[in-house]
Write a protein that binds this ligand. Structure first.
Ligand code: NAD
Length: 407
C-alpha cells in the first residue's frame, strides 16, 4: 500500500506538529513538499522530513502555482490566510486538512464548505478535541444513554495565565484585526465539542465578555515597555517574560515560537527585540480575557461555556447533567467520573494521549487519512464544522451588540 502524500502550507507550530506522525508512520503518510516564507522554519521541517530543495517553496502561492504534487494539503497558515489556499488547493484536486478556524469571516467559511461540496474533495477542519480519547469516551457514555437525556452541559476552558499572555496578549492572536476574536480562534473548539456532545442543533446564543486586565491602565507603576528593560516588578509579575521563556530546560512550545535559536543569547535577543518580550500591559492587544456563552439546543437542552485567561492550569473541565445521571470530567487529569442516580460513582478509564492536544493531533490525521483511503465523511468535515463556526459568529455578535442571536 502506497502512503498518502501531503504538502504542508505554513511550517510554523502547527505545520510542524504533523511531521512526527509522518516519521512514525511512513507507510501511512509521506510529506513531500513544504511552503513557508521563513527560511529557518522551512529548512527545519524539510531537513526533518528529507524534502529535497526542489520541493521547498517560499509561499503557498508558489507551491499551488505548480500542477498537483500530492494527494492532500495541510493548510497551516494563519487564520486570515486559510480561505484562498484551501479553495485553490481543492480546485487543483487536493484534499485538504484545514487548521481552525476555517476562516475569520462567515462568508468565507460558507465558501469553503460550498467548494468542498462542489469539487467533491475531502476537507477536514482540525477540531482536534473530537479525536481525543477523553472526549470520545464522553461521547460514548452519552450515546450509550448512561446519563439518560442530556439536559445541561457546563464547560470551562482554562486558557492558563501564561498561555493567554503568550498567544493572546503578546503573540499571534492578540488582535481581532489581524486574526480572529477569541471565540473563533480558541473557543471554536468548545462550540464544536458542545455541539457534538449534545448531538442536536443549536438554536439560540448569548454571550458576555471583555478585555479588562491586559490594558495600559493596569500597568504597575514604573513598568517599562519591555520586561528586560529593568522592570521593578520582575519578582512579582507572573507574566514577566524571562520567567516564561529563559528556563533553559524548556525547549518545546511555546518557547520554540519566540525563536529558532534556543541558546540563552538567542532567547534574550528575541525578548529584547521581538513581540514576546513586551510588557503584557503595553501591547497592542484587543482580544477578550474573559468570556461566557449560553447556548440553547433543539428540544431545550442548554449549555454554558466559560473561557478565562486567569487560571493556573491549561485544560478543560466539564459537567454533564442528564435525566438519569451526571458526569464530572477534567481533561487536565484525564479523569471522568460517572454518577448514575441511585448507584455508586464510577471512574471511567480513558486511554492515555499519544500526541499533542490530548491525543487529538494524531487522531485527526488518522481519521483524515482513513477518509482519503476508504471514503466516507470526516467527523469534522467542512459542513459539520461550518455549524460550530456559525455559533461562534453568533456569540461574537451577541457579545458586541448585547442581544440574543437566533440561529
Ligand atoms: N487545531 C488546533 O488546535 C490549533 C492549535 C494552534 C493553532 N491552530 C491554527 O493553526 C494556524 C497556524 O498556527 P501556528 O501556531 O502554526 O502559527 P505560526 O505563526 O507558527 O505558523 C504560521 C506559518 O505560516 C507561515 N506563512 C505566512 N505566510 C505564508 C504563505 N504565504 N505561504 C506559506 N506559509 C506562510 C508563517 O511564516 C508561519 O510560519 C492558525 O490558524 C491557528 O489558529 C490550530
Amino acid at each position: 500500500m502506497k502512503p498518502i502524500t501531503a504538502v504542508v502550507l505554513g511550517a510554523g507550530s502547527r505545520g510542524c506538529s504533523y511531521s512526527g506522525y509522518a516519521r512514525e508512520y511512513p507507510e501511512a503518510l509521506q510529506i513531500v513538499a513544504v511552503a513557508e516564507p521563513r527560511a529557518d522554519r522551512r529548512d527545519l521541517l524539510a531537513q526533518e522530513l528529507n524534502i529535497p530543495e526542489s520541493n521547498r517553496f517560499a509561499s503557498w502561492q508558489e507551491l499551488l502555482a505548480r500542477p498537483r504534487m500530492a494527494d492532500c494539503v495541510f493548510v497551516c497558515t494563519m487564520d486570515d490566510d486559510h480561505t484562498a489556499p484551501a479553495i485553490q488547493a481543492m480546485e487543483l484536486g487536493y484534499h485538504v486538512l484545514l487548521e481552525k478556524p476555517m476562516s475569520n469571516t462567515e462568508a468565507e467559511c460558507r465558501l469553503i464548505a460550498d467548494t468542498a461540496s462542489r469539487t467533491g474533495r475531502a476537507l477536514a477542519v482540525c477540531h482536534v478535541l473530537r479525536y481525543t480519547p477523553f472526549y470520545m469516551t464522553l461521547k460514548n457514555l452519552i450515546d450509550q444513554g448512561q446519563v439518560g437525556e442530556v439536559t445541561v452541559i457546563n464547560q470551562i476552558e482554562n486558557v492558563g495565565y501564561w498561555h493567554q499572555a503568550h498567544s493572546f496578549v503578546r503573540g499571534n492572536w492578540r488582535t481581532v484585526r489581524e486574526t480572529s476574536p477569541m471565540i473563533l480562534q480558541k473557543s471554536c473548539h468548545d462550540m464544536d465539542i458542545l455541539l457534538w456532545l449534545m448531538g442536536k442543533d443549536c438554536r439560540r446564543v448569548q454571550s458576555f465578555g471583555s478585555l479588562r486586565h491586559f490594558t495600559p491602565e493596569n500597568a504597575p507603576e514604573g513598568a517599562p515597555e519591555r520586561c528586560l528593560d529593568g522592570c521593578p516588578h520582575a519578582e512579582r509579575c507572573p507574566y514577566y517574560a524571562p520567567a516564561l521563556y529563559m528556563d533553559m530546560r524548556r525547549t518545546g512550545w511555546p518557547v520554540d515560537v519566540i525563536t529558532t535559536d534556543l541558546s540563552e543569547a538567542g532567547r534574550r535577543k528575541a525578548l529584547e527585540e521581538g513581540p514576546y518580550g513586551r510588557c503584557v500591559y503595553r501591547c497592542d492587544n484587543d482580544v477578550v480575557d474573559r468570556q461566557v456563552v449560553n447556548l440553547e439546543f433543539e428540544g431545550g437542552a442548554v449549555a454554558t461555556f466559560t473561557m478565562t485567561a486567569f487560571s493556573a492550569d491549561f485544560s478543560r473541565q466539564l459537567k454533564i447533567f442528564g435525566t438519569e445521571g451526571q458526569i464530572t470530567a477534567d481533561m487536565g487529569t484525564n479523569q471522568i467520573v460517572l454518577h448514575r442516580f441511585g448507584e455508586e460513582k464510577q471512574t471511567i478509564p480513558v486511554d492515555a494521549a499519544r500526541s499533542g492536544h490530548g491525543g487529538g493531533d494524531y487522531g485527526i490525521l488518522r481519521d483524515f487519512l482513513h477518509v482519503l483511503r476508504h471514503g466516507g465523511e470526516s467527523r469534522t468535515s467542512a459542513n459539520v464544522s461550518l455549524q460550530s463556526h456559525l455559533i461562534c459568529f453568533a456569540a461574537e455578535k451577541s457579545r458586541k451588540e448585547h442581544i440574543v442571536v437566533e440561529l
